[in-house]
Design a protein around this ligand. Sequence first.
Ligand code: SF4
Length: 622
Amino acid sequence: MKGYKGKIIHVNLTNREVHYVPLSEELAKKYIGGSGIAAKIFIDNYKPDLIPFSPDNPLIFMTGPLAGTKVPSTSRFTVSALSPLTGIWGESNSGGYFAAKLKFAGYDGIIVTGKSDTPVYLYITPDRIEIRNASNYWGMDTYKTEDALKETLGKNVEILTIGPAGENLVLYASIVNRKGHLSGRTGMGAVMGSKNLKAIVVEGERPVEVADSERLNEILKEILPRYQENITVLALRDSGTNSSFDLGIQMGDVPIKNWGLGKWDKAEHLGPSLYKETIYREIDTCYNCPVACKRIIEVNDGPYSVEKGPGPEYETVCAFGTMLLVDDLKFISKVNDFANRMGFDTITAGSTIAFLMDLYDHGFITKDDIDGVNLEWGNKEAVLELVTKIPTKEGAGALLAEGSEKIAEKLGKGKEFLTTVKGLEVPMHDPRGNFGLAIGYATSVRGGCHVSSLVYPVTAGFAYFPEIPELVDFGDPLSDESKAVLAAKANDFGMFFHDSAIWCILGGSVLNATEIVNIFNAVTGFDFTIDDILEKGERIWFLKRGISHLFGMRAKDDKLPAKIITPLNEGPTVGVAPNADKQLKEFYKLRSIDSETGLPKKEKLLSLGLTKLSDLLYNKNI
Ligand code: SF4
């Protein structure tokens, strides 16, 4: 078996034991890698009384077989655990350089269980795993931690670290590598903080062997020129992920004023042209990715100065820009820099502030509830004051650190202003401009998410898989027709492509499905077909969803918040909205899911070989 290293590290921080878990060919063939294998590890070690911050919650870092090879845009990793934000299956996916380095050190993944009495970091080399004292780094921001560890250990290491937000258990804390690459969603940084694990450092130079390098070279020769001519790649290289902002505004894709407005005359101040003119300095990239969509920015003047470093992505520009009616890229850069350093997710943070702005606007909360801050739409100083309190949970920061859904529960009001699915704030793409996103968000296994399913890339038109008819013939973007069948297939393919083999949805979008399978086979030596990978994706989707069922998730949690599907009074999508219930009904039928409970039929689980999940859901004696 090539591509894989065949070895996963298991560190128990309570008793400080380290051992190795073999990554067998059977496991690789059934669950591929990334969060597919993580979900299998999770179910095999499932404990009914597990809670997110219990030491037993396994924090699972996994690469895929392509990480560290010369296949572009695949050196990524996933991190998974029971999410403290949502209470169900949580995972996040990141690029950067860590995944390749972990493979070079000789490992496919790391499982961390237990809890250390004192702050520690892991030091991982091909020859040894050490649990080291991190007391000197506790309290440091992620940038300083990375610099300080490199100062001590040399430049040739790669580092994952949490910041104060993770240490203080902010429920949407992130894990950061190389400063600008974040595992942001579902609070994996808080799980890391709950274990007193400040950082993971890896070092190694052992290459990843591939099964058929001649065949791989042939395919790469064919596809590499596309990275110089593909229109999506060129746009991403030119303007980063914010390249889609202007088109998004025209198409009604960008949420404005907590999803309440269809147009805003100041939106143009946040587009790629001004980004380039005002804050942009250089491009940056992930390991072996010719796309180079990352931005390095700098702000030298004014109240929001930012040292040269990673710049805001599209999602952050919207979460702290259009969502709050803030039209200032320098301000957004300041918030982004702070969130990266402190280690928290900007989508949840920005959406939570937008939610509070709506509550404030409608008189549900007053200044007294938020440390005397005047939280009017567009008030940058108010936003900054609240944001800076999140990582330490000082004053109103304690409320904000919970995310919007838990705030609504605590207040006992304001649920109508939420934009969460299964507790996770949806990303910055509006289903009223693209009806397929409704079922995409409703059925994403980690809650409101647009990357693990391929609904968004295929409907937005930057990914094209002609071999899979359901991903091509999905009808009018502004109709509910064919969206359920699209989502079922997009979930299956996404589970393989994005979550388990771990292609970047941006960098991988130049490939068709045949090329994806051929590359995967050339690296691993397997002989999968497109049908095979869809079948594996289906199994992984049902497994992750089933894990969430074990923690109480049911059909009621597949509902979309009214806020994101209420027709708007103006703008490009005026008066239209998807019928999410209709899409969901069709989806349940297609997927053999009981529409009352949201649970899968037992026979379906058994047909996919998910026996343990079936026993846990249907046989109470287990
Ligand atoms: S496209 Fe961007 S995010 Fe994706 S791997 Fe390349 S540089 Fe990283």
